[in-house]
Design a protein around this ligand. Structure first.
Ligand SMILES: NC(=O)c1ccc[n+]([C@@H]2O[C@H](COP(=O)([O-])OP(=O)(O)OC[C@H]3O[C@@H](n4cnc5c(N)ncnc54)[C@H](O)[C@@H]3O)[C@@H](O)[C@H]2O)c1
Length: 246
């Protein structure tokens, strides 16, 4: 098992890509702290996972990633429970849909605080707490590169996450901590199908272009493993090639 003895925190672990990532890291031997802002949902995921894996390797922590004090508490809870911390997956994300002229500053901040600042708070703790060999993966989106109407704060946050990845790859390298970012395309989770642009048909999605949460989880598992020891600051698109086509 590639991730034996490694300890991971996965945010937004109560469903979709976060849950698939938690399961994959457990399959690969890691212990996983499931972090999210709804304890009941985390409990349900944990109950499912303990049927497949040793319960000693699974724990949950309620954490609103937009609040730095809660991020610090989640990291402390992880270290107390597992005696260490090697892997951080910044997966929690929020999307809001409004025409630009109807958006308020607070609309922007509510998205930026989760999609960008949440990752910053965890990376800050990683740089303070992780030992050399640590790895961070940020989950951005193809919206960092191309986007659509109604989601300006989300697209801005996901683009900024590429920049944050670059900065943390540079500053983390002397500390022995690698940071990389994944840009998922259309992935089969409620976040995709609840998107009003998708529902209205304004964003057309060919079924062949829809990936599984497990496809993103596999990319995370590679990036946090020693196989990726020389991969740092990479932007990995996991979109089935959708963005490459005219
Ligand atoms: N599904 C897609 O097509 C797709 C495409 C590109 C990128 N993404 C990104 O993948 C990530 C996971 O998305 P998903 O598709 O699994 O959808 P999802 O809605 O299941 O996952 C988002 C998770 O973030 C959590 N979250 C939201 N606000 C939070 C907060 N303040 N604190 C802690 N957790 C919070 C939610 O509870 C949820 O568990 C997101 O960052 C999303 O932007 C998804």
């Amino acid at each position: 098992m590639k991730l034996n003895q490694r300890i991971a925190i996965v945010t937004g672990a109560s469903g979709g890509i976060g849950k698939a990532t938690a399961r994959r890291l457990l399959q690969d031997g890691a212990s996983v702290m499931l972090a999210g802002h709804h304890q009941d949902k985390l409990d349900a995921v944990s109950a499912e996972l303990v049927k497949e894996f040793d319960a000693q390797r699974i724990a949950t922590v309620e954490c609103d990633v937009s609040k730095e004090d809660q991020v610090i508490a989640a990291v402390q809870a992880t270290q107390k429970r597992f005696d260490g911390w090697d892997i951080m997956v910044n997966n929690a994300g929020l999307m809001d849909f409004k025409p630009l002229e109807q958006q308020s500053g607070d609309d922007w901040l509510s998205v930026l605080n989760v999609d960008l600042m949440g990752a910053f708070y965890f990376i800050k703790q990683a740089f303070l707490q992780m030992k050399p060999g640590g790895a961070v993966v940020n989950i951005s989106s193809v919206h960092a590169v191309e986007t659509e109407p109604l989601v300006a704060p989300y697209a801005a946050a996901k683009t900024a996450l590429l920049s944050l990845t670059r900065s943390s790859a540079i500053e983390g390298r002397p500390k022995g901590i690698r940071t990389n970012v994944i840009l998922p395309g259309a992935i089969d989770t409620p976040m995709l199908w609840d998107n009003p642009n998708v529902k209205s048909g304004a964003e057309k999605i060919d079924k062949a272009d829809v990936g599984k949460p497990e496809d993103v989880a596999a990319a995370v598992a590679f990036l946090v493993s020693d196989d990726a020891r020389f991969v740092c600051g990479a932007e990995l698109r996991v979109d089935g090639g959708r963005l490459a086509r005219l």
